[in-house]
Ligand binder design. Structure first.
Ligand code: ACM
Ligand code: ZN
Length: 534
């Protein structure tokens, strides 16, 4: 995908669509995720080279972002000015009003102006995303109220196309506060450019949480100052054909991506896997395992026997040092510690692990895993952060303040929520975007995802923070394939996490999706095309 680099192909789609647009009919906004309320009014606002974006001190950053986005979309360079009234303006304004919460907004468009109001900058940002979608080429195919869209006027901009926004009154806010996507950068490595594109697409669909899987058996991807071998050794594997494969993000690159995401109101949750999925760390520092024997970074997928030794205090010292550096780089509240798929065979044989079980009066290796997570949680909490892990962290007793990411179905999430723990729902059956989208998880199935299980009472349901789609990349070696697995399924998930419960039918969603796919075409996103049969 070359984001923002294909204005011309976008415009050619647009002008063909525009010529085909006659006769004119009433235009419907085609926004994904569907806003809470939309009132459609008569007329359009015309964005041209005289349009000005008006901001205040607090809204200037969002105004500049919008100006950049509109430039990419339309070719028009709109000035951003400090002012609060005028005609032919797009006005971004903060207004203290609790009804918007942290992320809600109102978008009011009339022929004279567009007003986006919100309580917080995140809300304004989402208002801007909706505004951008009102400019979709797909929308222009059925533009209303007398505005023609083919080369109708000359302007000082290089591109002679009229850009209109239908007059609407949108009031919108999200259903859930955790609207996540996960990228596994370990099984295959994705460069900074792709990670930024991944984030841009997330922002377009109002996702706010990027769970970044950074350590694995097959590769350690984050530079840690204190342990240079993690990236000198652990970031590289020898493939079956003998070729070296790998890569990692430097601390500066991580900082750059964290800022890029924050500018788009996306929090990054780093995942540092433990006690399992840790072969790359063990290949770098063999003493971390029970046997201490040297191993290679594995190049074959699957669950590996070598895991961190839970009996050695030096393991915890290492992990605490690693987490300290990670915490320094990621300002978000949550740190993901994995916790899934940890084989216990080595712990059963290890004198140090067995001594730990005895000393701590633990029943078995499952309780040893629980001891491991609780000990790490104490450290994370001391640093004023919260721990989240996959639902295996329930085994042997959940750490007191931990949040649970339910992936093996929804049961782990139900148990955790009933016990008063926060939960992110991410069941394989709806949310695993590495699964085949024809045979296993078609978009229609994703659209049936409901993050709040019936089994929960109203107060228990408050613990469901939201949901998340996951992209594991064993079989996803390139950005092109990653996009194909993510989109357009991520659009369906975005609607399930933002819009009111059961607000629209799948048929209605598909109509809006058709318009959005044109937009994804214009951005050269390599989405999966064959969804017509679903
Ligand atoms: C997982 O899919 N192993 C969390
Ligand atoms: Zn051990």
């Amino acid at each position: 995908m070359k984001l923002h680099q294909s204005i011309l192909s976008f415009l050619s789609i647009l002008s063909i669509a525009s010529v085909l647009a006659l006769p004119i009919k009433t235009r419907k906004p085609m926004i994904i995720p569907q806003p809470q309320k939309i009132e459609i009014k008569k007329g359009n606002f015309l964005i041209d080279d005289k349009t000005v974006i008006l901001v205040t001190k607090e809204t200037k950053k969002t105004g500049k972002y919008l100006a950049n986005e509109l430039k990419s979309l339309t070719g028009l360079s709109l000035p951003v000015e400090n002012c609060s009234t005028g005609k032919n303006v797009i006005l971004l304004k903060l207004k203290a009003d609790d009804k918007f919460g942290d992320e809600g907004y109102q978008l009011l468009s009339s022929p004279e102006k567009i007003l986006i109001l919100a309580n917080k900058p995140a809300g304004l940002f989402y208002g801007c995303q909706s505004l951008k979608q009102l400019l979709l080429p797909g929308n222009s195919a059925d533009h209303g109220a007398g505005v023609q869209h083919n080369l109708a006027r000359t302007s000082s901009s290089a591109i002679n196309i009229e850009w209109t926004v239908p007059c609407v009154n949108i009031y919108d806010k999200p259903r859930f506060k955790w609207r996540g996507l996960m990228l596994d950068s370990c099984r295959h490595f994705f460069d900074v450019k792709f990670v930024k594109e991944f984030i841009d697409l997330m922002a377009m669909y109002k996702f706010n949480t990027f769970h970044w899987h950074l350590t694995e058996d097959q590769g350690w991807r984050i530079e840690i100052k204190k342990y240079p071998k993690l990236t000198e050794v652990g970031a590289w594997r020898k493939e079956k054909d003998g070729k070296k494969y790998g890569g990692f993000y430097t601390r500066n690159q991580i900082r750059e991506i964290v800022k890029y995401a924050a500018d788009r109101h996306i929090t990054i949750i780093p995942e540092i896997e433990m006690p399992g999925h840790s072969s790359a760390a063990i290949a770098s520092y063999p003493k971390l395992s029970c046997s201490g024997k040297p191993i290679e970074v594995p190049a074959v997928w699957g669950i590996k026997r070598d895991v961190y030794c839970a009996g050695k205090d030096s393991t915890f010292e290492f992990l605490e040092n690693v987490l300290s550096e990670v915490i320094e780089l990621f300002p978000g509240k949550f740190i993901h510690i994995g916790g899934d798929e940890c084989p216990k065979a080595n712990w059963k044989k290890c004198p140090k692990c067995q001594a730990r079980i005895k000393k701590e009066k633990l029943k078995d290796e499952r309780e040893l895993q629980s001891y491991f997570i609780k000990r790490i949680e104490k450290f994370i909490n001391k640093k004023n952060k919260r721990l989240i892990g996959w639902d295996e962290i329930l085994e042997g007793g959940l750490a007191p303040n931990a949040a649970v990411m339910s992936w093996r179905g929804i049961n782990g999430g139900i148990i955790a929520a009933k016990a008063g723990h926060d939960v992110v729902m991410s069941p394989t059956s709806y949310c695993y975007f590495d699964y085949n989208q024809t045979t296993r998880t078609p978009i229609e199935k994703v659209y049936k995802f409901e993050p709040v299980p019936k089994e929960l009472s109203k107060s228990e349901a408050k613990h469901i923070l939201g949901g998340q789609g996951n992209l594991w990349t064993e079989h996803i070696p390139t950005p092109d394939i990653a996009e194909k697995m993510l989109y357009p399924r991520a659009c369906a998930l975005a609607e399930k996490l933002w819009s009111p419960k059961n607000c629209e039918s799948f048929e209605n969603f598909k109509k809006r999706l058709d318009a959005n796919l044109k937009r994804l075409d214009s951005l050269n996103v390599n989405y999966y095309h064959d969804i017509s049969s679903h």
